[in-house]
Design a protein around this ligand. Structure first.
Ligand code: PEP
Ligand code: CO
Length: 459
């Protein structure tokens, strides 16, 4: 899946007073309550013997690529489902998600004229933070659904029980997903000579599809022209793809935290690029403790209530040596708050001379509920937050180096607006998410085109 064998001098800084389980001495928010501690220990013990999902070589290659993104040489496209589910671990769902990401990255490469770093929210995105531990319906109170890694969505006591066997099942489903993605990529699915492989059956009549096809034709012409002159060009026949998820359930992450023969330190080998969610990013909390000790590149979601000083202290804890590529900050402010909340943070980090990759998540600050009970997002608000993010960075003298999106290759109607101007009543037609509303194909492509316009490229 990734070209990781090119080694480079990866700096190693020893981390003091840390162990894969030292997080257990801190307050761990958003963890399920397992009734049977012995059963949990049996499952995590088994998980710790299973092979990892990624390698340290790949992890370090991604860190290097993120260091280049920090220097403006690459743009990060990170996207996928809010939450994966075991039931969605199917061939069409996995390949359709890959198709949308590949199409978006093609738009970005063409318009930005720089390499795009593709990172999926998949192969492990199975745990969700919730605003309440318990949910009450018609007088019955049960634990909240926390993602397939923990329990099941049905509103019954059995389904909502935190089941440690799910740790093993999540690892297996991640491995199945990963295996299929790796096979597709290695088999030529992502070959730039064949972008028709990425066509989605149901979008034939989209106005954006026509614009996209024109772009593809242009790229095909250039490719043929160059290859006529220079012969087949290595590098166009495949792309790199990395994985990421919110490392929320720390028992799972700990069991997949490993040492390897050729690189010192500890690696989280459940994913290339774990992130800390907004709700668990407290300075003294268990998640920051766990993250500070692993060698992966890491990201932190930053919401509107974060104070500049706290952010600087968090950076000190997570990246004390200011290592290139190590730390990505994903701001998710909301369209109404970004203009006031983001500039002080950009200024503080810039003045402190700290090296981070700034990424915009225009999804999570823009969630609302409709009168008919759907959790949705207005495309205009998502677009507005992203649009403002570019301008705010330009004024601050910082660089927006990537986007973080929730999207799917399925024909869903979960976010309102976009090319087909989906309305509140359209949400009924194909609302499939059990958690956050995702962008569909057209909405995703439209954002990719917006990014190109805002970055001064051509769309
Ligand atoms: C998410 O990315 O699905 C999420 C819960 O985001 P945040 O941590 O920004 O709220
Ligand atoms: Co989400």
């Amino acid at each position: 899946m990734v070209r990781a064998m090119s080694t480079f001098a990866a700096p190693f800084h020893e981390v003091h007073n840390w162990a894969p389980d030292s997080w257990q001495q801190r307050e761990a928010l958003q963890q399920p309550h397992y009734e049977d501690a012995q059963e949990l220990a049996r499952c995590t013990g088994q998980l710790a013997t299973l092979p990892p999902l990624v390698t340290s070589w790949e992890v370090l290659a991604l860190k290097q690529a993120l260091a280049e993104a920090q220097e403006g040489q690459r743009f990060l496209l990170q996207g996928g489902d809010c939450a994966e589910s075991f039931a969605d671990c199917t061939s069409p769902i996995i390949s359709n998600r890959l198709k949308v990401l590949l199409q978006m990255s093609l738009v970005l490469v063409h318009g930005l004229k720089k390499p795009v770093l593709r990172v999926g929210r998949f192969a492990g995105q199975y745990a969700k933070p919730r605003s309440a531990d318990m949910e009450t319906r018609d007088g019955v109170t049960l634990p909240s659904f926390r993602g397939d890694l923990v329990n099941a969505p049905a509103f019954t006591a059995e389904a909502r029980r935190a089941d440690p066997q799910r740790l093993i099942q999540a690892h297996a489903h991640s491995a199945l997903t990963m295996n299929f993605v790796r096979a597709l990529i290695d088999g030529g699915f992502a070959d730039l000579h064949h972008p028709e492989y990425w066509d989605l059956a149901w979008v034939e009549h989209s106005p954006l599809a026509a614009e996209y096809r024109r772009m593809v034709a242009g790229i095909g012409d250039s490719l043929r022209f160059m290859e006529t002159l220079a012969g087949p060009i290595a590098g166009f026949s495949r792309v790199d793809f990395f994985t990421s998820h919110e490392a929320l359930l720390l028992h799972y992450e700990q069991a997949l935290t490993r040492q390897v023969p050729r690189h010192p330190g500890w690696f989280n080998l459940s994913t290339h690029f774990p992130w800390i969610g907004m709700r668990t990013a407290a300075l003294g909390g268990a998640h920051t403790e766990y993250f500070r000790g692993i060698r992966n590149p890491i990201a932190v979601k930053v919401g509107p209530s974060v104070k500049p000083d706290d952010l600087l202290r968090l950076i000190d804890v997570l990246n004390p040596e200011d290592e290139p590529g190590r730390l990505t900050l994903i701001h998710r402010m909301g369209h109404a708050q970004i203009a006031s909340a983001l500039p002080p943070l950009l200024q503080a980090v810039r003045q402190a001379g700290r090296r981070v990759l700034w990424v915009a998540d225009p999804m999570h600050g823009n969630t609302e509920s409709t009168s008919n009970g759907y959790k949705t997002r207005r495309f205009d608000n998502i677009r507005s937050e992203l649009d403002q993010a570019f301008d705010i960075h330009a004024v601050a003298g910082t660089r927006l180096g990537g986007v973080h999106l929730e999207l799917t290759g399925e024909d869903v109607t979960e976010c309102m607006g976009g090319a087909r101007d989906l309305s509140e009543t359209d949400l009924d037609r194909a609302y499939k998410s059990t958690v956050d509303p995702r962008l569909n194909y057209e909405q995703s492509l439209e954002l990719a085109m917006l990014i190109v316009r805002k970055s001064g490229g051509m769309a």
